[in-house]
Ligand binder design. Structure first.
Ligand code: FAD
Length: 692
């Protein structure tokens, strides 16, 4: 039977991740890859990660980013960039390429964008026009240096971490002359601030410590502002050492015009237009996607070195002459080594599918969000009236979702087009979807990814935990934990999901996805559809049920109930995303001149991997749902065959749905066997294309 011939290259990835028609993105990927596999890999191989300090060698990274165009990737062409339009997918792909070799280098590339993101998302036109071009490398003939930015939210313990509710950073009015711009005194101590060794500009979260200023804001600080700009001590990190992290202390005087998004003066009080919480929500919503993808890229990067290690394990010894099975296959003679590698690979693919779906959605969402803001501003709709207008659009968003997923030929195309052109309906639909996909990417990709990276390390035996392990797997395992921590650790993503996953538009999407999967012939689709139904049933049960003490089950304070349900959803979303991408590959690979001949084996292999992932995801979700439903289910004590037991009334429907999941697993282990077998035949290059 035709099987996978070579490891998937760019032709496959461009179809799977939908950028085959984006030459600008292909160029960005190539630029990032060339740096990752030369400058970055050399730094790691030379042990440059073994220091906490930012060194000249580490600074080579910044030069490489400047020269290759990566520094200006965040900017529009008018500001010195080269990608037109939204750049979420571009940033995600670049982060993945760099993280394929080293996560700290990827963070270094993204950190200046994070520092500028508050200005990019919520800054005034003047702030954007001034700061974004400053942070691009000078063009020939320009006499200036490239400025770099840092983002300062986190403060030393016991102040703000990821919980943005409590801020230690303060601002006061220092002077306010009649008719002049007020001057503010800003005090901010940072903890774990990336880029702090060389940042010229810091966007800092602060709150008012003065009756003449209202609430909180983010504010732009510059290193030459009057006062103290102390970069602070370096963080003694055990991970991501190729990015700079310090604990700065800043006490600076700045004009009020540095308040991001501007301010109004109301009754003699400075009122920032955006609170720090609003700005941070808008920034993190997008920047968390590349962070999640960095971990998934690590898993994919592990496949080639592990296969090479397994095949070569016994070569050169006295047993296993060339041509023998032991010589050719080495550890690949063992089913377990193969099947565990399939799990690592499928997890990486599923994470990429989920995260890149989120990134593509973010690119489509950006102009819709701006158009929504424009329409509201033009109509003078503000505050609660905006919420009411969006609530009115919910019915149309629900109708859009039903039409979008209607079986072929059953939707009215004219109505569908009408709803596609309806900004508010589209906003409500995309907001509901992004509100779930973005935190799920950060939660599932990094959390499950970190655990799976451990599996990858274990597959290389003792070599796996040495510094000379091919592919730097041990570093990547440790780095994955930081990716799970920063920009909001797991608990924060779960809290976010607890709120967004109950959105009626999202729940309608889940129902439609389940119906779509049931119509599909794909292996594992029935299990996944069953698990989505089971998840919906469980959510409904928990939202409407109480425990034996009569206390509400689905409640913000009951993280023991809500958080596992969020975890279960992450598994399901990732598996469904992979299945979607594989369907696109199956449709498009045969038409690709490069892939046509290999298409049958390639698509069969990917279908098997999607099936493996669907089975695992359905199993994980079903386990979580069963624990919650039976674990909290109210019941009556009865005499059972083995003595008294609790019989949970109302469980028949749950049991029926759960049985559907189990029956949907039909044939999924055979798919795993086939995928594992394919790993014994796939061709890999002679050597890794970066130093060891
Ligand atoms: C190398 C590095 C670089 C960083 N770069 C930056 C930067 O550039 N700018 C910046 O501002 N910050 C930065 N950070 C900070 C980072 O965002 C935070 O460390 C991270 O968000 C976690 O916050 P924390 O350390 O306060 O953990 P904590 O909030 O103390 O979390 C500890 C544990 O408690 C859990 N937890 C927290 N809150 C809750 C809750 N409400 N309910 C249940 N469980 C909860 C968490 O999930 C976690 O498991 C960086 C951190 C590191 C390590």
């Amino acid at each position: 039977m035709e099987t996978l011939r070579t490891l998937p290259g760019d032709d496959v990835r461009q179809i799977l991740w939908r950028y085959a028609d984006r030459f600008d993105l292909q160029m960005a990927v190539q630029s990032a890859r060339s740096i990752a596999r030369s400058v970055v890999a050399r730094l790691v191989a030379d042990g440059v990660r073994n220091t906490h300090e930012w060194t000249e060698r580490k600074a080579e990274l910044l030069k490489a980013f400047d020269e290759s165009g990566l520094t200006s990737i965040y900017m529009d062409p008018a500001q010195g960039g080269f990608i037109e339009g939204p750049k979420n997918l571009a940033l995600a792909l670049v982060a993945m390429e760099l993280a394929w070799v080293d996560g700290g280098a990827a963070t270094s590339a993204l950190a200046s964008c994070l520092g500028l993101a508050p200005i990019h998302e919520k800054g005034t036109d003047e702030q954007r026009a001034h700061y974004l071009p400053l942070c691009t490398p000078p063009q020939p003939g320009e006499d200036r240096v490239c400025r770099r930015a840092a983002f300062a939210l986190t403060e030393p313990l016991p102040y703000v971490g990821v919980d943005t509710g409590i801020l230690g950073g303060k601002m006061r009015v220092q002077s306010w002359d009649d008719g002049a711009e007020p001057l503010l005194k800003v005090e901010k101590r940072g903890r774990f601030i990336t880029n702090m060794d060389f940042a010229d500009i810091v966007t800092a979260a602060v709150e008012s410590d003065d009756p003449r200023i209202k609430g909180s804001c983010m504010i732009i600080l510059e290193k030459d502002d009057p006062g103290t700009f102390d970069r602070g001590a370096p963080t003694l990190k055990m991970v991501h050492q190729l990015s700079s992290t310090r604990d700065p202390v800043m006490s600076l005087t700045v004009p009020a015009s540095r308040i991001i998004g501007g301010y109004d003066v109301v009754d003699g009080v400075i009122v920032p237009r955006f609170s720090h919480g609003e700005i941070i929500a808008s920034v993190f919503h997008r920047t968390r996607i590349p962070v999640g993808l960095m971990t998934s890229a690590k898993l994919l990067s592990a496949i080639e070195p592990i296969i090479r290690y397994h095949r070569q394990r016994f070569r050169g010894g006295s047993v296993g002459e060339p041509g023998s099975r032991r010589h050719e296959l080495g550890l690949q003679m063992n089913e377990d080594a193969l099947q565990r590698l399939v799990d690592v690979w499928a997890t990486g693919e599923a994470g990429c599918s989920l995260g890149l779906a989120a990134a593509r959605l973010a690119d489509r969402f950006d102009p819709i969000e701006r158009e929504k803001d424009r329409q509201f501003a033009a109509q003078g709709i503000k505050g609660r009236k905006q919420l009411a207008a969006l609530k009115d659009s919910q019915e149309r968003a629900l109708e859009y979702v039903r039409l979008k997923y209607a079986p072929a030929g059953q939707a009215d195309p004219a109505r569908l087009a009408e709803l596609e052109a309806d900004t508010l309906a589209q906003f409500v639909y995309m907001d509901a979807l992004a509100g779930v996909l973005n935190p799920a990417t950060k939660l599932w990709n990094t959390g499950v990814g970190a655990t799976m990276m451990r599996e990858a390390v274990s597959l290389v035996g003792g070599y796996g935990i040495t510094e000379d392990c091919p592919g730097f797997l041990c570093h990547k395992w440790m780095d994955a934990q930081l990716e799970a921590t920063y920009e909001g650790p797991e608990a924060v993503q779960r809290r976010h999901l607890t709120l967004t996953m109950t959105n009626p538009v999202f729940l309608e999407l889940v129902r439609q996805w389940s119906a779509e999967l049931r119509r599909s012939q794909a292996g594992g689709a029935a299990a996944l559809a069953g698990a989505l139904d089971l998840w919906l049933w469980t959510l409904d049960f928990l939202q409407n049920g109480a425990d034996r003490d009569g206390k509400k089950l689905y409640h913000g304070k009951r993280q023991g109930v809500t958080f596992p349900l969020a975890d279960a959803l992450g598994w399901l979303l990732a598996a469904r995303s992979l299945m979607q991408d594989v369907a696109v590959l199956a449709a498009e690979a045969p038409a690709s001149p490069v892939l046509a001949e290999a298409a049958p084996g390639l698509t069969a292999f990917y279908a098997d991997m999607a099936c493996v992932q669907a089975a695992r995801a359905a199993g994980e979700a079903a386990r979580v749902c069963a624990e919650l439903v039976y674990g909290y289910g109210c019941g009556q004590a009865q005499d059972g065959p083995g003595g008294p037991c609790i019989v949970f009334t109302g469980s028949e429907e749950f049991a029926r749905l759960r049985q559907g999941v189990d029956q949907g697993l039909h044939g999924t282990r055979l798919a795993k066997d086939r995928a594992a077998e394919a790993l014994t035949a796939v061709m890999i290059p002679e050597a890794l294309d970066y130093p060891l």
